[in-house]
Design a protein around this ligand. Structure first.
Ligand code: THU
Length: 164
């Protein structure tokens, strides 16, 4: 086995709260608008006050205008006045098939998740699931975005923007 191969778990290894979050992401994945890539992504955020906020990818004929599921969830949460998060679950599915290995967030989403972790004042757990939920990786924003650029680099204190 590759030395850097992450240690995957299964759905049954998870706590109830984590399973619920993956189920919410899977439900959100069904709302994906992805006529171009035909790749559906669902994301679900668990807020510090126990709410779940979902997002899915929304594509555009001008491909660059596409919004990923993770950022859609972050924006939906912000619109609900929620900026403090404990965890995010992400699940993916190609049309007519399934992902064997969980996909990890793109760079732009990692950057926005890092901002959220800074506003919230704590790292955010990331649960990545393949389509069938039988291969799950638990990681965190800090782990998937080392040496991140953030508010501290600009000397900005964002703590007063924390809410929800
Ligand atoms: N996508 C996400 O929603 N999240 C990611 O982190 C990676 C990619 C979406 C964008 C696009 O709609 C499709 O997956 C293929 O790139």
């Amino acid at each position: 086995m590759d030395q850097d191969e992450p240690k995957y778990g299964t759905y049954t290894d998870l706590k109830t709260e984590e399973r619920l979050l993956i189920d919410a992401a899977a439900a959100a994945m069904k709302t994906a608008y992805s006529p171009y890539s035909k790749f559906s992504v669902g994301a679900a955020l668990l807020t510090k006050d126990g709410e779940i906020v979902e997002g899915s990818n929304v594509e555009n004929a001008a491909y660059g205008s596409t919004i990923c599921a993770e950022r859609a969830a972050l924006l939906a949460a912000n619109a609900k006045g929620k900026r403090n998060f404990v965890a995010m679950a992400i699940i993916t599915k190609p049309e007519g098939g399934q992902t064997e290995t969980p996909a990890a967030p793109c760079g732009a989403c990692r950057q926005m998740l890092f901002e959220a972790s800074q506003v919230g004042g704590s790292d955010i757990k990331i649960l990545l699931s393949n389509t069938k939920k039988d291969k799950i990786l638990i990681t965190s924003v800090r782990k998937i975005l080392p040496l991140a650029f953030g508010p501290a680099d600009l000397g900005v204190d964002i703590s007063k923007y924390s809410k929800g």
